[in-house]
Design a protein around this ligand. Structure first.
Ligand code: SF4
Length: 229
């Protein structure tokens, strides 16, 4: 739950109006612009990158990913390698013992062909279900794969997005992650998933910090029921 906001029971929660959500999106756009990130079309790479992002910063994640790609010529080679070799390659990303096993297990579970390109055209729900059935993969990772690889309308809800959106009154305080993802995706126009995710994330990193949100100078203050006085 976002700090400073009390849990609201599901029966007492009313989804914000589309107009209100659009006002928040518009305000964020004025503050941060529209991110120019084209979907990269590499779902398997995104899946492994997201596993590597757990409990570390972007830099260490990227170093670990690049080392993995350099060490092995293909994902098939990663899958066939002893887990301790994967672990050695991704060590800069932290908790490498856990992550190497997870990466290996995911690649094994996908089987052959070792490819997720079919998700580009598949129904969103089918892809979500497939990804969430892989070892250690949850809704956020699935949303990262679908949104960043193909631009599909699934909004990744990480700790920043959930905190900021909850304080702004878009998400029910205390909602479980499954509900947060369903709600964010329901609130977001299909072509705005990436933008909304990126701008809420930016706002969480720059202004709406977990412990000390900068409410006095926040550009969304007038729209925010969770602001601190
Ligand atoms: S007013 Fe405060 S709580 Fe609301 S979005 Fe801004 S920083 Fe976060």
């Amino acid at each position: 739950m976002a700090s400073g906001v009390k849990t609201v029971p599901r029966k007492d929660w009313k989804r914000p109006s589309a107009r209100r959500v659009a006002s928040v999106r518009e305000r964020l756009r004025r503050l941060y612009g529209v991110p120019v990130i084209a979907p990269h079309g590499d779902p398997l790479g995104e899946l492994i990158l997201t596993v590597l992002s757990q409990s570390t910063n972007d830099r260490n994640r990227d170093v670990a990913f690049l080392r993995l790609r350099k060490r092995f010529a293909s994902w098939e080679e990663v899958r066939a390698a002893p887990v301790d070799q994967i672990e050695e390659a991704i060590r800069p990303g932290g908790i490498s013992k856990v992550k190497s096993k997870r990466i290996h297990d995911i690649l094994e579970a996908i089987g052959d062909p070792l490819d997720l390109e079919w998700m580009r055209e598949a129904p969103l729900e089918q892809s979500q279900q497939y990804l969430c059935a892989l070892p250690g993969v949850g809704r956020k990772t699935a949303a990262c794969v679908l949104c960043f690889s193909f631009g599909l309308p699934d909004v990744p809800v990480d700790t920043h997005v959930s905190r900021v959106a909850t304080r702004l009154g878009l998400l029910r305080p205390g909602a479980p992650f499954e509900e947060l993802h369903d709600e964010m995706t329901a609130l977001t126009p299909p072509d705005a998933a990436l933008e909304f995710h990126m701008n809420l994330l930016r706002h969480g990193r720059r202004t709406c910090h977990a412990r000390s949100p900068q409410c006095a100078t926040c550009g969304l203050r007038r729209l925010c029921p969770g602001k601190l006085h």
